[in-house]
Design a protein. Sequence first.
Length: 320
Amino acid sequence: MSREIPEISVVIPVYNEEVHIIQSLLSIEKKLKSITSSYEFIIVDDGSRDTTWDQLTNHGTSISHLTALRLSRNFGKELALCAGLEHACGRAVIIMDSDLQHPPSLLESMVRLWREEGKEIVECVKTDRGNESLDKTFYSTIFYSILNHLSGFDLKGASDFKLLDQKVVQAWRGMPERNTFFRGMTAWLGYNRAQIPFEVADRVGGKSQWHFLSLLKLAVNAVVAFSSIPLRFVSMFGLLFLIGAIVLGVQTIYQKFIGDAVTGFTTVILLLLFIGSVIMISLGIIGEYIASIYKEVKGRPRYLVSQKIDSELMESSNNN
Ligand code: UDP
Ligand code: MG
């Protein structure tokens, strides 16, 4: 049975949000209903370990036009977003979080900019990071200033809370990489865009799934996906050390000639340690790029859907 193409698709990745998922969806739906009657929800359960999936199967019918996909395990938010975008067929697709940190009150302005001003991407930009912990704000600031310099795109304050016209989604689908970074990819796409500033609201319930290591992994993936400049740094380091080596070489030969060659032992030890660590870091940087190429050539699917439910059909199917 084929469904009519909705005006708006709302894509929401969900991981361990049992406490408030239905409540959040209901309040997003309430807002959405005041904007359009033609909408669908694409909820991607990113392998939750709590009862999030049961909540969706048991109470999903209270939300109209809801399709829920259950990924076979936790693939991470980036890939859960991919799954949602690949299943969203609305004329505009809105991506938002399930914890109401992306305020539904902004949906109206987002849709208006798309409908009336023909904007193809409407992105909500964080002016205030809400109740985020100080260390997360600190790491994010460092990460974005490095990424902005390396990638050439201004991603400061960027969030995943965006509206994309279906043609942008189609263009995004033409980017088949496995190492995805949604915020960066949409910046790369270009198109006619508008920005809406917003303050990140407090989480309605549960707690953020991010921790230092997952943020570090996201940061490394994003840099590798968006810039090859770190590889150039490696060559520049090499060049710098060559110049240093020539200077020290000339000095050593000179000392040998004047018979003063034994001093400088500390310098040798320090240089060995320093050069050793630079070589290791350089190998690590090259390794990250090789790992990324390895991931791409393996050509594995980005994610696997283990179950799918549709609130209209209320059919549950296993389609591994
Ligand atoms: N999320 C996900 N997979 C994950 C981690 C998070 O789908 O592995 C979802 C989560 O349920 C939420 C959104 O991504 O809807 C943002 O996550 P979170 O609130 O933990 O991040 P923060 O707001 O702290 O950046
Ligand atoms: Mg959140």
